[in-house]
Design a protein around this ligand. Sequence first.
Ligand SMILES: NC(=O)c1ccc[n+]([C@@H]2O[C@H](COP(=O)([O-])OP(=O)(O)OC[C@H]3O[C@@H](n4cnc5c(N)ncnc54)[C@H](OP(=O)(O)O)[C@@H]3O)[C@@H](O)[C@H]2O)c1
Length: 332
Amino acid sequence: MTTNTAINLIKHHESGAISADFFQTVKLDKPSIKEGELLVKQNHMSLDPAMFGWMNADTESYIPPVELGSVMRSFGIGEVVESSHPDFKVGDRVTGMMGWQEYFLSNGEGLDKVDSPLPDADVLSVFALPGLTATHGLFNVGQPKAGETLVVTGAAGAVGSIVGQLAKAEGLRVIGIVGSEEKADWIVKELGFDGAINYKSDDLDTQLAALTPKGIDLFFENTGGPVQHLIYNRMNEHGRIVVCGLIADYENGEYRAAPSWINVIKKRLTVQGFVMTDHFHNSPALLEKFAPYVMEGKIKHRSHVLDGLESAISGLNLLTTGGNKGKLIVRL
Ligand SMILES: NC(=O)c1ccc[n+]([C@@H]2O[C@H](COP(=O)([O-])OP(=O)(O)OC[C@H]3O[C@@H](n4cnc5c(N)ncnc54)[C@H](OP(=O)(O)O)[C@@H]3O)[C@@H](O)[C@H]2O)c1
């Protein structure tokens, strides 16, 4: 009998690094399909900062926590290996929330067919959550205008690198905040950002002032952390702050205070958060907007691929240490 290896969450995360004791690896029988069901063999799964939230016991968030004893939640891509579902046939490539497991039994709900010939890692790195988040956050929330200055944090990451490249393509001046010299070089030399700042270096205020001589119109916030205050202090009148993520605090278990609201009044700023779960129904329109940039070669990316289901456990820590170079993915 073929087995289905799965990883269950057995302890909620409050703070600190992710360790093996949060999870239990189980070997189950490969599921059997019934009428109207299909079985997917998952080939690649996405590791996302949101997982820290899903592992937390907080029931007040935009999505319920993963129930203890059940498969860890994740988005992935795979191939249909058995089907008695009218809309899916063996060999179809599909994406969906399949969890940390080899095989995913489904009634078809929430699964999307992948038409693109792109390799799995490219689908997850560009057209899945990163591209949708960047497109929605930048255009629908941020309302960018040519000639404006945008600062994006987490700029070498999956979302941030796409935000910066889209903004460059729209004629903005784009400055990225990153956590290493290697990432700073990559976003300037490879992706075409106008400047980069390593937030682990000195004199951040001076560096930011030099790179944003006309102030900042658009701040795409992926990380939080002390640099947030410096960026906020350079916002121009009628500037927009898009709050996408605060990964600097995901491991701490508590969130640092944001800057005073006084500049929101003085500069008439708009500060807006969003979560993509509210907008997935709009994915076709977002992809229609985003795809031409990719087709025209304006969006470069890199994927950081780990091997084996269980590499997901320690792999999650790469997101908070900055060890990932590009979209973090597990190959099964
Ligand atoms: N709102 C939504 O619907 C939505 C959807 C997707 C993602 N997000 C958010 O977007 C952000 C980026 O996600 P992603 O998937 O693209 O991940 P990512 O940027 O590819 O990886 C996370 C990166 O965060 C940076 N980081 C970690 N700790 C940090 C700290 N203390 N201070 C500053 N930077 C730190 C690291 O880069 P460095 O080496 O540069 O430090 C790390 O590589 C996350 O906050 C995530 O929660 C939100």
